[in-house]
Design a binder for this molecule. Structure first.
Ligand code: TMP
Ligand code: ASP
Length: 237
């Protein structure tokens, strides 16, 4: 087992620590919640543990299905060893149903089921409010190569197929989600960051009740309860 060393970075929802092995870092999930580029702040009790455990479980499923991920080992409720990667500065978003910024940007209601999933990415940069990008913009800014973008697109769509089917079995509709990818030292692209109620929209299959961070973003109440309910759905099957 690797040894935890100095803190390298503190993000909005996680801290990252060095280890005695240069190929690995330890992520520690916090209960802190932010929205709208960090302008709305709060705490969701127990969120760190939910996100850590759910993300690790889902990454395990994805890796069984042949999707390479950064996951190495869960150390505790909040802490996980992951491969050290260089993050591709793109937030990759897949949508199955209209919601959130899609509904707002294009002036449509939430809940329209798409014939095909949509793929988009934005530039991971809070100061610029994560602006939407197309492939030629990403190439011009040298954020990723053409080959990397193609790899990321096909991995993201495969992840959507796997997760959509998995959550359907939990009585949950996977509306949309955000992924981040990283580069290993040899250039291999792997799934990184997390898959959790912070980064996905989950609606109950029967009632369409929101079971994700939108409850915090939109002040809908029962935020902690929604995270715990998603834990029960994922682990209680
Ligand atoms: P959006 O509709 O606000 O663009 O969000 C799409 C998905 O991405 C949704 O599942 C929430 C997730 N997301 C993040 O994980 N981080 C973010 O900073 C934002 C804005 C969205
Ligand atoms: N994580 C994002 C932020 O604080 C927002 C979000 O998830 O809505 O900017």
């Amino acid at each position: 087992m690797v040894k935890k060393m100095e803190q390298l970075y503190e993000g909005k929802a996680k801290k990252v620590f060095a280890t005695d092995d240069p190929n690995y870092v330890i992520v520690s999930y916090k209960d802190d919640a932010t929205a709208f580029d960090g302008t709305k702040r709060g705490t969701i009790m127990g969120k760190g543990a939910v996100n850590n455990r759910m993300s690790n479980f889902l990454m395990g499923k994805l890796s069984e299905a042949g999707v390479p991920t950064h996951f190495v080992e869960e150390l505790s409720d909040r802490e996980t060893v992951v491969k050290k990667v260089r993050i591709v500065p793109l937030e990759v978003i897949i949508r199955n149903v209209s919601a959130g910024s899609f509904a707002k940007r294009y002036g449509v209601e939430e809940g329209i089921v798409f014939d095909e999933p949509t793929f988009e990415f934005s530039y991971k940069n809070d100061d610029l409010h994560d602006p939407l990008l197309n492939t030629s913009h990403a190439l011009a800014l040298k954020l990723a190569t053409k080959e990397e973008i193609e790899t990321i697109r096909s991995m993201a769509l495969k992840i959507n197929d796997i997760l959509k089917a998995f959550f359907a079995d939990c009585g949950v509709r996977l509306i949309d989600f955000k992924l981040e990818f990283g580069r290993l030292p040899d250039g291999t692209i792997v799934l990184a960051d997390e898959i959790s109620p912070d980064t996905c929209r989950f609606w109950d299959a029967k009632t369409n009740e929101k079971l994700d961070k939108d409850r915090f973003r939109r002040d809908l109440g029962n935020v902690e309860e929604a995270y715990q309910e998603m834990m029960r759905r994922v682990f209680g099957k």
